[in-house]
Design a binder for this molecule. Structure first.
Ligand code: MN
Length: 387
């Protein structure tokens, strides 16, 4: 049976909008739409989908939306606390969590607490605090199905594996727009150039992270957490065509890979309909037309944030949190063209390697580390850019 009622958290972002397309394709009832502050966009979505609830975490915007939707039966709420209680109240079977950043953690926990399936597109909650989320998922008979294309692929490759252990995960990377560039060339690129991703259409922060391979680094951490493997068991390979979305190697050296046209809607849909497959928006593959698929080693000497992510997950504790926080701040300044692309690499590396770890952190330790790492990064960048 396909889940027939869904919640879309982060409905005005790229994954949120694609989730709506899937809901329309399969006539899924949307029970809850949530976003941060996009009043006009969410009003349009609400009028089209008639959800029971609509939440904007920004209170002022929520009040504006309340006025706009006065003529409907839709219940409009505002604020982060309201979002979490509305999630628990909603009778949706599945919630697509497409909220970006650390803000995606509490809603994910609210989904778990109310036993919903989480179609998880938020990376940060997994990188930073998966342990806490996992506890709630297990306690409440909830489940998490990854939406990130690589992790969706790995998840699919693990179906029907019986008790066989994973030997290795082959995590593919498109290599981003700056593949084969050296460090000197990287230092000259602007945010505009970094935003031109060759195969995937995504938000600005993740597109820059894809260009620096930081995104791949986060995905290594995600894979270690979600599939319970060691960092050494994760092998990153560059595959520019983005047709093979990742693979699993078993003890007999057989490799099971998942392939398809690069279209996030397939991943989102599978997380909603799992274990069933349904017709999708994705174009079918034509192998003869594709001609060849190529693979190469990632350039770890130039794209230093990828090995740094391996360092972070080997340290574990609060270090992945520090990596996430410092990168978010550095990318923000790069997007404003206040620092160079290579400054992102250097600042992030410096903050992460100099941060003292706490093994087995509490959630509060994690929050403090997040804050501290952001402050240190701001300070370093202000010094660097003389602002
Ligand atoms: Mn991905």
């Amino acid at each position: 049976m396909i889940n027939n009622k869904i919640a879309i958290l982060g409905s005005t972002g790229s994954v949120g909008k694609q989730s709506i397309e899937i809901a329309k394709l399969h006539n899924l009832k949307v029970d809850l739409l949530a976003s941060c502050s996009s009043v006009n966009e969410i009003e349009k979505q609400a009028r089209e989908l008639s959800p029971k609830y609509c939440v904007l975490t920004n209170e002022i915007c929520a009040n504006e939306l309340k006025v706009k939707l006065k003529d409907t039966d839709i219940k409009v709420y505002g604020g982060e606390c309201d979002l979490n209680s509305v999630i628990e109240e909603s009778s949706a079977d599945t919630a697509v969590n497409a909220i970006s950043g650390f803000a995606g953690l509490a809603p994910a926990i609210a989904c778990a607490k109310s036993g919903k399936r989480i179609a998880m597109s938020n990376k940060e909650a997994i990188v930073i605090a998966y342990k806490f989320l996992k506890e709630e998922i297990e306690k409440n008979n909830s489940e998490l199905i990854p939406v990130d294309s690589e992790h969706s692929a790995i998840f699919q490759c693990l179906q029907g594996r019986a008790n066989n252990a994973i030997k290795r995960i082959i995590l593919t990377s498109s290599g981003g727009p700056f593949r084969h560039k050296n460090r000197e060339e990287l230092s000259t690129y602007t945010s505009k150039q970094a935003l031109a991703h060759p195969t995937w259409k995504m938000g600005a922060k993740i597109t820059v992270d894809s260009a620096s391979l930081m995104n791949k680094g986060f995905e290594v951490i995600e894979a270690v957490r979600l599939f319970n493997v060691t960092p050494e068991q994760v092998k990153v390979v560059v595959h520019p065509q983005s047709i093979m979305h990742s693979a699993v190697e078993y003890t007999d050296n057989s490799v099971i890979a998942q392939m398809g046209a690069p279209d996030m809607r397939t991943c989102i849909q599978y997380a909603i309909t799992y274990p069933n497959r349904m017709p999708s928006y994705a174009e079918p593959l034509d192998f003869a037309k594709l001609g060849s698929l190529t693979f190469e080693e990632p350039d770890m000497n130039t794209f230093t944030l990828l090995p740094l992510a391996f360092y972070a997950i080997e340290q574990d504790g609060i270090i992945p949190t520090v990596l996430n926080a410092t990168d978010e701040v550095a990318v923000k300044y790069f997007l404003e063209d206040k620092i160079k692309f290579t400054d992102v690499f250097d600042v992030v590396e410096n903050i992460v390697r100099s941060f003292e770890n706490i093994k087995n952190p509490s959630l509060n330790d994690i929050l403090l580390a997040d804050k501290e790492a952001r402050e240190r990064t701001e300070e370093k960048i202000r010094f660097l850019a003389q602002i």
